[in-house]
Design a protein around this ligand. Structure first.
Ligand SMILES: [Zn+2]
Length: 223
């Protein structure tokens, strides 16, 4: 998200999932067309969908790690050494549907792992391993791509423009990211919505790579 440094990290780390979700929506061009009440409703729906999907999966696979659940669902988990940076997008992980695959960017995750250390990892992730957070996030994308329900990104639509009775409407892609984070938080019982990791990464990457002038605030993070 752009403007990642505009709030002190301490404020981000203690923010509620609703606050983080709204922050994420504010950076979505289409979501900006929804009024405040509609934005709050959309965020609540996305958070609830992620949590409910995690609860269903937990019942199906009690005690399994995200990696093991991926195995049960025939989703391959692999790593790549590819450069995580494409334009201004920093990739942590990615879901590819055909064949179903979760890709972890080794060099994308490394600065975050370093920044987390052991103290911050316990505080932000509880007992979960960092990679598991991203595998869980991608599992949500897999489940959304393979189930019958309408994707969360299409359940809330913004009107692009209107002429007479004709309306051009668009879905809101960020809602899937809010839901995927909520899914990971519920599945792994994380102390906070994993969006906080983007803010931490922005600081860590900004100080180690001269890719953007000054800091990592110009980066967008992708998982
Ligand atoms: Zn995602």
């Amino acid at each position: 998200m752009s403007g990642a440094r505009s709030l002190p990290f301490e404020e981000i780390a203690t923010a509620s999932p609703e606050t983080l979700g709204l922050l994420m929506l504010k950076s979505d061009l289409h979501a900006a067309r929804l009024d405040n009440v509609a934005q709050q409703t959309a965020v609540s729906d996305a958070l609830a969908d992620g949590a409910a999907t995690a609860s269903d999966l937990r019942k199906r696979f009690p005690g399994l790690s995200p990696r093991q659940i991926a195995g049960e669902l025939q989703v391959t988990v692999t790593t790549t050494d590819d450069d995580p940076l494409v334009g201004s997008i920093w990739r942590f992980a990615e879901y590819r549907p055909r064949p179903p695959q979760i890709l972890l960017y080794t060099h994308g995750l490394a600065p975050l792992e370093h920044a987390l250390g052991s103290m911050l990892a316990t505080r932000l992730l509880g007992k979960a391993a960092m990679q598991d957070v991203f595998i869980a996030h991608e599992l949500y994308h897999h489940i959304e791509a393979t189930r019958a329900e309408m994707p969360i990104a299409r359940r809330h639509q913004a009107t692009l423009f209107q002429i007479g009775k004709w309306q051009w409407r668009t879905g809101i892609a960020t809602l899937a990211e809010i839901a995927a984070g909520s899914f990971a938080q519920a599945l792994l019982q994380l102390p906070c919505h994993p969006k906080v990791l983007d803010f931490l990464a922005a600081e860590a990457i900004g100080s180690t790579r001269g890719v953007h002038p000054g800091n990592g605030a110009g980066l967008r993070f992708d998982a």
